[in-house]
Design a protein around this ligand. Sequence first.
Ligand code: COA
Length: 260
Amino acid sequence: MSYNTILIAKKAAIATVTINRPNKLNALNKETIKELHDGIKDLAEDSGIKAIIITGSGEKAFVAGADISEFADFSVKEGKKLAAKGQEILFDFIENLSTPVIAAVNGFALGGGLELAMACHFRIVSDNAKMGLPEVSLGVIPGYGGTQRLPQLIGKGRAMELIMTAGMISAEEAKSYGLVNHITTQEELLPLCNKIAYKICGNSSVAISYAIKSINAGFKNTVNGYEQEIKAFGACFGTDDFTEGTTAFLEKRKAEFPGS
Ligand code: COA
């Protein structure tokens, strides 16, 4: 299968999926989300593939978020659908995959980019990585599971602060928070991910798939949180703040929210 926005390379039992829109810092548009779903589904159905690595093209970004230019004029209904569909076909899909998925975070992982990394089973980052959920600076909230997975990974208080400030954390901070497992240089990022993936490939795929299912089961009591997030994310699309936030980004200026 050939794709426009992603690259897939297979080496023995390990597949590397590269999001390939470097000029847009690998922002996730509708096509990329669909292609990631199709490509990863294909790999999951390939019995020869025992581990998947997801990374971004270029040296600057893993993924700088959902593509803001695509949703800036969405209605409440369209916003809600955007979050629901994305969660279903990509973020929940990856989290619940039987094949282990490692995020190789090679730069900015913002908004949907951090949400994608968090949906992966664990994260390894290069030392230039910067992570955050800046959605409230655009007048919206994370809609691809970010309000649920970030507190699961780093704790409620830290997640509240990171989301409310729309801030970014460094690789070191992310490691100290438990958000990422290892930090390495950009050059060593894929070799390290491959080394760990290779170790995984030596173990029972069936047992690993049951382990993934069991570990995930411990977090399923938050399922209503995801529904709440979809509703609230959709509601943001009906606000003046959202129009101002996304318009300001696309016009390359700082957003001016009432009272800010
Ligand atoms: N959606 C759409 N386009 C995006 C994007 C996104 N999330 N993130 C970056 N881009 C585009 C920029 O518009 C720019 O395109 P252009 O060259 O056609 O103008 C290109 O990618 C390069 O980005 P630029 O902003 O010029 O790079 P920078 O080094 O100055 O800044 C960031 C890097 C990551 C700080 C900045 O791009 C940014 O803030 N991105 C948005 C992050 C965000 O809010 N994500 C959450 C979305 S819900």
